[in-house]
Design a protein around this ligand. Sequence first.
Ligand code: NAD
Ligand code: TDX
Length: 331
Amino acid sequence: MRLLVTGGAGFIGANFCHHLARTTDHTITVVDKLTYAGNRANLEGIDAQRLTFVEADVTDAPTVTRLAEASDVIVHFAAESHNDNSLREPRPFVDSNLLGTFTLLEAARHTGTRLHHISTDEVYGDLELDDPQRFTEETAYNPSSPYSATKAGSDMLVRAWVRSFGVQATISNCSNNYGPYQHIEKFIPRQITNILIGRRPKLYGAGLNVRDWIHTEDHSSAVLAILERGRIGETYLIGADGEKTNLEVMRAILSLMGQDPDAFDHVTDRPGHDLRYAIDATKLREELGWVPAFRDFEAGLAATIDWYRDHESWWREAKEATEAAYARRGQ
Ligand code: NAD
Ligand code: TDX
């Protein structure tokens, strides 16, 4: 197949392209605007015969339509993805996440190309710590932040284009990813790189918020399973039973890096901070036979720490500016 991967120079999109290159014969065209979060170097190592890179905005309708025409499937990762940024400046989230998805849906409608839309568990809002229920495909949408609201809106556009125009689309909502190539503004790489440069890691509030961690390789294999066996019009939740408090993750990182597990600072909490996310991936597992490969979080975390230690040149340049932006907000 000929795959068009939007946002393929970002964290999850790039990992997905590497996964495709390793496990399939598909050809890959990446379309990416190369925002601060996109990096062409993330795709290095993929055979140039199989990969075409196009620098463009997914709101650029003529370009997106031309690329869709030449593809069998669009996998749509491109988005503004960081909650903290959406609280500071929401506009790019509306542009890329809502208008970007709209533009791709119109391209899919006019060319008949299948589209898989990558979304997040955050569209469902948050759960109480002791709630026995986890999110399922039937949970009502209840987003909290400008980021999750624009992702929820983009999911609704996909559903409407399926029903109203017969667009051949699927949606997946995944939990928090970790692994190589994640921007250092995000929780896990921020703490690892802080420790590597001798700065104390920063925990928002008391750190009791729960995230449901999944290795990005498992996200990639789940998306591939949906492309190969998923039913058009359906939504699949992706998660690997990885619930942990931020405090637990923080202490695990410090311990794995040979530090005192309490050598971190509590900093100003995120406004409107979602308490807990948790995914019930029964549909994906039972209908498509998907199973995650990375079941040992500590081992995955240790490998991720090694990756950041071995790739300092990849993250070093962005570190001071990223930390300066956090410092301005007391974080
Ligand atoms: P990221 O911020 O690392 O990468 C986003 C990529 O999209 C970058 O390469 C950026 O340049 C590109 N991009 C942004 N706006 C664009 C535009 N208008 N046109 C073209 N390219 C554009 O994000 P990520 O963490 O890799 O997330 C990828 C997708 O997965 C997003 O849709 C996100 O909502 C979703 N998701 C992320 C997580 C997570 O834990 N990070 C979990 C579930 C779902
Ligand atoms: O320095 C920090 N300290 C801290 O305690 C940072 C950056 C974060 N946190 C907390 C906030 C969250 O509870 O850690 C948790 C994870 O934070 P992020 O890495 O910012 O992720 P989150 O807000 O949970 O959203 C992520 O998962 C869902 C991705 O960024 C989204 O794109 C995805 O949709």
